[in-house]
Design a protein around this ligand. Structure first.
Ligand SMILES: Cc1cc2nc3c(=O)[nH]c(=O)nc-3n(C[C@H](O)[C@H](O)[C@H](O)COP(=O)(O)OP(=O)(O)OC[C@H]3O[C@@H](n4cnc5c(N)ncnc54)[C@H](O)[C@@H]3O)c2cc1C
Ligand code: SF4
Length: 440
């Protein structure tokens, strides 16, 4: 059987591996270790913060190894998951179909979304269990004509507390993440190497022959007929650059800013994260307890249960870059203006809820939806193989998205990764015929 290497086991990697195994003998190389949720009680980081030990968001890895934080020069905090399940293990479980940009370049994901509808449990059943704060906020949004709607969640609601810790890893297993697809790929015979950080892809005579990876202290070469990069919007561009394959400086990240206030008994820390959403142009607004700000931002002084917070998430400009050494991403004047207008709207919402304007404080500007460094174009839509990549090398992650979604991308990335895998398998609409299958 021909062989395929899938790099990364997050949204795109796990979906691609599951789809490829059987037609290919799949090896998943995952840089991180097996995912474990943060086991600590929130009181521990709270104590560490009060004693001044939590002074930089990058320290989160000491407490929670699966969460990796990088900072840009402008201070933007970039969050991603490194471990089995990638960033999906840190997600709040939102599941939206957001393929307008892909459709515009000619990629039809109808079939893949139907399949995901069967494979991933999604519901808004959590609405029946919202706490008083969430219900009142929803009413305020409605009264203001913001047309809030409950967010569909990837979870098995009967097992969900809710405990409010989705971004720290689900302790009960109620939340769906891409480890389920990874597990199904392994059940079908795929192999997984954790702690295997791919450095570069190997190419001979214009076609991929495998990858070189660090596994522990060793550097190893893995041969394959096909390589699928799904190391995420910050990981795949670095592997491409290490391999002499340039990307475009089109990085988007969906920046997040929280507007918060003290509110006794808000209990958002124990509520489902992002229970509902309202859209306003390039931003969405949603109630959200921001753990990273709570742990590291000195303005977040009230006890966790006594903070009321609204998240602003922006579909930012495709202007930024990733290299091995650093990520460059500075909000453009347009991005800043959109965030500023959203802050005013949040202040208005908070005011109607009963918060005094002078009590407002902000979260740390952060982001967790990187992508766009090698966006699909109309010319690539039929093959799903960007023309600048050598034969046999594919991408199946957020790197391919043509523009910022400004909203939760997991479902869309998984649909796209499935489509890429089908194209590789040579399903309807074609594509690649592995060397081994051709007998060359
Ligand atoms: C706190 C938070 C909450 C979020 N909530 C939601 C949500 O509710 N809904 C939603 O749709 N989206 C959410 N997102 C965004 C979403 O999780 C990501 O956009 C999505 O997982 C990206 O998928 P991906 O396949 O591109 O990359 P990832 O899921 O990040 O997977 C990349 C994988 O590659 C591995 N890797 C990286 N480098 C290498 C290498 N060199 N070699 C081998 N392996 C490597 C990583 O360890 C990881 O497993 C959230 C993000 C964050 C940070
Ligand atoms: S609220 Fe808690 S139990 Fe429910 S899905 Fe999130 S982490 Fe799991």
């Amino acid at each position: 059987m021909p062989t395929a290497i899938v790099v990364g086991s997050g949204a795109g990697g796990a979906a691609a591996a599951r789809e490829l195994q059987g037609a290919f003998d799949v090896l998943v190389l995952e840089a991180g270790r097996e995912f474990r949720p943060l086991a600590l009680d929130l009181a521990v980081p709270e104590r560490l913060k009060r004693s001044g030990l939590l002074f930089d968001e990058r320290l989160i890895r000491l407490l929670f190894p699966a969460m990796k934080v990088q900072k840009t020069r402008s201070g933007l905090v970039l969050v991603r998951g490194i471990g089995t399940g990638g960033t999906t293990t840190l997600a709040t479980g939102n599941a939206l179909r957001l393929d307008q940009g892909l459709r515009a370049v000619g990629v039809d994901l109808d079939e893949e979304f139907v399949e995901l509808g069967r494979e991933v449990p999604v519901s808004t059943a959590h609405q029946a269990r919202w706490n008083e704060t969430t219900r009142r906020l929803f009413e305020v949004f409605e009264t203001m004509g913001l047309e809030p709607r409950p967010l569909p969640k990837m979870r098995r609601s009967e097992a969900c507390g809710p405990c409010g810790r989705c971004v720290l890893g689900c302790p009960s297993g109620a939340k769906w993440d891409s480890r389920e697809f990874l597990g199904q790929a392994l059940d079908r015979g795929a192999r997984l190497v954790t702690g295997g950080r791919v450095e570069r892809v190997e190419v001979e005579n214009g076609r991929v022959t495998g990858v070189t990876a660090r596994v522990g202290w060793r550097r190893e070469r893995f041969a394959a007929d096909v390589v699928v990069l799904a190391a995420g919007g910050l990981g795949s561009p670095v592997i491409l650059q290490n391999s002499g394959l340039a990307c475009q400086p089109g990085l988007f990240v969906d920046p997040v800013l929280c507007v918060a206030a003290p509110w006794d008994g808000a209990r958002q820390d124990r509520e489902i994260s992002m229970p509902f959403v309202a859209e306003r142009g390039p931003v969405i607004l949603s109630p959200y307890f921001d753990h990273l700000s709570y742990f590291f931002n000195r303005d977040w002084r009230p006890a966790a249960g006594n903070i009321l917070s609204l998240m602003i998430k922006l579909a930012d400009s495709s202007a930024g870059s990733v290299t091995r050494r650093r990520v460059e991403k500075t909000p453009t004047p347009g991005d800043k203006a959109a965030l500023g207008a959203a802050v005013d709207l949040c202040a208005d919402i908070m005011g109607r809820f009963g918060v005094r304007k002078r009590d407002l404080f902000f979260g740390t500007l952060n982001a967790g939806h990187p992508g766009g460094m090698l966006p699909l174009t109309a010319a690539d839509a039929a093959t799903l193989h960007p023309a600048r990549l050598p034969e046999g090398l594919y991408l199946a992650d957020a790197t391919l998205l043509p523009e910022a979604l400004g909203k939760p991308p997991i479902l869309t990335i998984m649909a796209l990764a499935k489509k890429v895998a089908k194209a590789i398998r040579g399903g309807p609409g074609r594509v690649h015929e592995p060397a081994a299958a051709r007998g060359t």
